[in-house]
Design a protein around this ligand. Structure first.
Ligand code: G4P
Length: 555
């Protein structure tokens, strides 16, 4: 595998020019992103509108399926919910202008789980969607932290400008002050709520006036130069004046547009609009495609891997069981990182060293699946998982490569998992181990050997429900949950040695993870802060790297 900035002269890495050109073109076209938002900010609506522009769907239904109306293509989670295993985050691919766009769809609030975090590990860009009346909300902050960790570019869409909202300047201030992210408004709203007239594009000094669209339809857009005399008849003086004054303030006091900073995740371009009425969605998509990062070189154990390397490589970022209950199937979602993936190709599995023929790769679009013939860096493919794939696994052809694992994210919900039926112990143990390996939930153990029941640790309640449901349905074990009253978990950097040196600590419980690393559980942030204050020498981490190649503790 050629790494970035290194040269490999072996004949196998010297593909014919036509292949190299096709690969370069495919990579050049691709853009990939995930939307991070709080429930109700309008993610489903925005997704739907983006798909509409991409021609991926013909009819934008209202967000919630009403009566006989067709279901929103990306919103197929209700079906999953009825089955109690709503763990979907899917990938939507569509073409728009010269680009092939992969939208990694993260599940909404009720379905919040580690999958939501992991999906961000496969994304090259994030769109942060805010409700203009509410500003930053908890779920968005959490997801933002994961984006920051990965230093991916963040594009902010401030939605629902057609409704009464906060002052645009204070929305920007909030992002700067609370997230430590500089902002650069690409467009600026003229009015809001009933008086929302459109936006001024700061780059072209053009006013984009929007006509309200019929529900679900593409709105009309009218472009006028700022000095066009017709503007006076179309927009109230005071609204225009206020917008211009604010823009002037931004010119003087705001950050400057800097693509490098955007790509480093330090500066976020801001767009104002209204997904529901289609205000500003197309300008957003156009600008996003100009500024977004293409498929990036991913870090492997030997350094970054160039997406243009001819050998295929990719990693598993999500596993999903029972997508189709009739087939009890399991799908592994693989993000392609380099080279071209081809149907029926034989690849190596880095963790086990085995070779596998990938005969039924799928592209999954909402409910629909289609067999893919090929895929390129930035794309996501669904592979049938006979149980051999784990989260973070690398697949490659040619020279060995192994991508950095996907970390364990700090759980916030903890519960003993009880097995009231001793005769089912074997199945219970098997099920818990397999579900942990699959990444459905994290498992912690009490350090007291006499308490051997596993502690389920999750970032979302849904994960616990999924585990219970699957244990019952797939392993025939009914279980009981006994919640523990903790909300915060931290891994200890120096391991057991660091803890021993510390002596007795209070207001927290020490447990161990499946790799026997110490984890501290706290009732609340306040207790955590107190311990950190009392022991500044203690280094605690909210994410822990996945340990590959180590056999985790068995029950
Ligand atoms: P989510 O996926 O982020 O949870 O949000 P979703 O798109 O479902 O939107 C949540 C609600 O906000 C929906 O209303 C939706 O119509 C509304 N909404 C989304 N974008 C805009 C916007 O730009 N302006 C306004 N005014 N509303 C917006 P709902 O009442 O829950 O559903 P429905 O009755 O519209 O179907």
């Amino acid at each position: 595998m050629i790494l970035v900035n290194s040269v490999d002269n072996s004949p196998s890495s010297n593909p014919d020019e036509a292949f190299a050109t096709a690969l370069a073109e495919a990579v050049e076209r691709r853009r990939n992103f995930a939307i991070i938002s709080h429930p109700d900010a309008g993610k489903t609506t925005l997704t739907e509108k983006l798909l509409l522009y991409g021609g991926a769907i013909q009819q934008a239904g209202a967000v919630k399926a009403r009566g006989e109306q067709r279901k929103v293509t990306s919103d197929w989670m209700d079906l999953e919910k009825q089955r109690g295993i709503s763990i979907t985050s899917t990938v939507l691919q569509f073409d728009y202008r010269d680009n092939t766009i992969n939208l990694l769809d993260t599940p909404g609030h009720q379905d919040f789980s580690e999958d939501t975090y992991r999906t961000l590990a496969a994304a090259d860009n994030a769109v942060m969607l805010e409700d203009a009346a509410k500003g930053l909300e908890p779920q968005t902050r959490k997801l933002f932290e994961v984006c920051r960790m990965r230093e991916i570019p963040i594009f902010t869409f401030i939605n629902k400008m057609d409704r009464p909202c906060q002052e645009p300047l204070s929305l920007l201030d909030e992002i700067e002050a609370e997230l430590g992210l500089s902002t650069w408004a690409v467009n600026w709203p003229i009015g809001s709520g009933e008086q929302f007239r459109g936006v001024i594009d700061r780059r072209s000094r053009e006013v984009v006036l929007f006509g309200r669209a019929e529900r679900g339809r593409q709105s009309s857009e009218r472009h006028l130069k700022l000095d066009d005399p017709k503007l006076k008849d179309l927009v109230e003086d005071d609204l225009l004046e206020k917008a211009l004054e604010e823009i002037e303030l931004l010119e003087v006091a705001g950050a400057e547009m800097d693509l490098n900073k955007i790509h480093a995740g330090e500066l976020t371009p801001i767009f104002f609009g209204s997904a529901m009425t289609n205000f500003g969605v197309r300008p957003f998509l156009d600008a996003f495609l100009c500024m977004a990062k293409g498929p990036i070189a991913r870090n492997s154990s030997d350094g970054p891997v160039d997406p243009l390397h001819p050998n295929f490589s990719g990693f598993v970022f999500k596993l999903q069981a029972n997508m189709d209950p009739r087939h009890r199937d399991r799908v592994a979602f693989v993000r392609v990182c380099s080279g071209r993936f081809e149907k029926d190709m034989t690849v190596s599995h880095a963790r086990t060293g085995k070779t596998i023929r990938l005969s039924r790769p799928q592209k999954i679009f909402g409910q629909d699946r289609a067999v893919v013939d090929d895929a390129y860096p930035g794309d996501v493919i669904g592979l049938n998982n006979p149980g051999m794939f784990s989260i973070g696994d690398t697949l490659y052809s040619g020279q060995r490569v192994e991508y950095e694992g996907i970390p364990c994210f700090s759980p916030e919900i903890f519960s003993w998992l009880r097995n009231p039926n001793p005769s089912a112990f074997k199945n219970f143990r098997k099920g818990v181990n397999e579900l942990r390996e699959e990444g459905a939930v994290q498992i912690l153990y009490d350090t007291d050997q006499s308490k051997r029941d596993p502690i389920l640790a999750a970032v979302g309640q849904l994960q616990l429900e999924v585990v219970q449901h699957r244990l019952e349905n797939e392993y025939g074990v009914s279980t009981r949950l006994d919640p523990l009253g903790f909300q915060v978990a931290r891994w200890v950097s120096g391991g057991w040695k660091a803890l021993e040196e510390l002596g007795r600590i209070f207001n927290c419980k020490t447990v161990q993870d499946a790799w026997q690393r110490p984890v501290l559980l706290f009732k609340n942030e306040w207790n955590l802060n107190q311990l950190e204050e009392d022991h500044p020498e203690l280094k605690l981490c909210s994410v822990a790297p996945v340990v590959s190649g180590v056999d985790p503790l068995k029950l």
